[in-house]
Structure formats: C-alpha cells, structure tokens
Design a protein around this ligand. Sequence first.
Ligand SMILES: O=C(O)[C@H](O)[C@@H](O)[C@H](O)[C@H](O)COP(=O)(O)O
Length: 261
Amino acid sequence: MSAKVYSHAKHDDVANAVGKHILKIQDESLKSSSTFKIALSGGSLGKVLKQCLIDNSTIAPNVQWDKWEVYFSDERLVPLDHPDSNYGLFNEMVLSNLPASTTKPKVKTIDESLLTGKDGQVESSSLLKDQEIAKSYEASLPENAKFDLILLGCGPDGHTCSLFPEHKLLQERNEFISSINDSPKPPPRRITFTFPVLERATSIAFVAEGAGKAPILEEIFTNKSSKLPSKLVNDLDTGVEVLWFVDDSAIEGINVISSKY
Ligand SMILES: O=C(O)[C@H](O)[C@@H](O)[C@H](O)[C@H](O)COP(=O)(O)O
C-alpha cells in the first residue's frame, strides 16, 4: 500500500486536517469497540494536538475523551514531569487544557517507579532496568498490540518512534516494545514501538512541517532503495493505511503527489 500525502500551505490547515483524521478514525473505531486506541509521539506533534483537539472549536467538542486509550509510540526514560518526557508534553499541551468537566482519557505511561532507585533518585542507565520498563509497557498494550491510530513524527535523519537509521532495533521481531540506551538523539535512554506494532495498526499518520524537513522527505519519497525508518513505514504491506500530513514547505520541489485533506 503506498502512502498518501496531504499538504496545506498553512500550519493551521495542517493541524485542522490532522484533527479531522483523528476524529474519522475515532468514529470508525468506536463503531466496533468501546475504546479508541491511539498512540502519540513527541516533538512538534504536541503543539499540533493542542491546536486541533483543544483550540479548534469544530473538532474539540467531537473528541470522545472518555473512550480514548492513549499510549506513546516512544518515550524517554525520564520522570513524567521532566521536560524531555513525551507524556509530560502531552499533559502540558492537551490534558492540562481539558475543561474540568471532561472525563479524562486513560493514558498509559511508563512505570515511573521503575526509574528510581531506593533513594528515590533516577538511576543511571542500566540495561536490565530499561528492559523491565519496556516489558512493563508492553504488558499494558492493547490486545495483540493493535492500535486504531498511531501518530508519528519524522526526524531530520528519517527516524520515527525511537527507531533510528541503521539501528539494530529496525530488525526487532520478538518484542512489541524495546528499550534503547544509545539513542543518537538525546536523551539516550528510551523505549519504543517496534515494527511489529506499526504493522498491526489500522492507520498511521505522520505529521511533518517546515522547510527543514524537505531534504529528508525528498529521500523518503523519491529514493526507492532508501532504508530510512520512516521510508520503511511507508513501505509496509500489511494493510495499514499510511498518511502524511505536511505543509507545502516540507515537500517543496519534491516529486510527490499531494492533495488537501
Ligand atoms: O521522542 C521523540 O524523539 C519523538 O517522538 C520523535 O520521534 C519525533 O517524533 C521526531 O523526532 C520528529 O520530531 P519533530 O516533529 O519535533 O521534528
């Protein structure tokens, strides 16, 4: 299945399109299930989510928060209130801005208690500890690790989740959640979805904006033999729908067919 690209000139229109897609998948999922299972990434996605799910007066009232189960496609192994935490970002941008009367979604975070030693201090990197955190997160995943929607970012090196170019985790087939302690992007200790989770999803949507993304998007969309992690997601042939929500500057000069959402 080939990836579809939706491009808009303005950031507001990109955020609006992302919001419309989230609602579409939410509504479709809730026809056959009592919960909507969504996974989020960090980075600039936090701002987009605030804009579409909180500030957008057409979309916000239609979000069925009480039926959402929120996971993170990757998470940094830091306390949940640390500035590097992807949960922390979602909490700051979205959860803390929900009206008090709203039933909060179920949010699956890393087990923070596994991060700290007996003295309550965050322990320095320990492979076994990180694997334990990954195992515990894996145990909290939906049945068969099946997500309705996974929202991803694409780093300037083509990484997505915490799956980095040429890293051995790209080949991981036995774990749904793996730990990584040599992330080239700080912080080094993280956990991440692996390809088996991405393959099982109903829909995957990348959000990538700004001229800074153009060189890597050019490689992803025009170099058929590229093995960049984001390109490998585009190449998935398991029936998962892969969409890209971009602004015009991110695909300027690139030979890729795009439309408005
Ligand atoms: O935890 C992380 O490192 C992020 O989840 C990461 O995978 C992010 O999605 C990309 O780096 C794109 O980030 P931007 O959207 O900020 O460019």
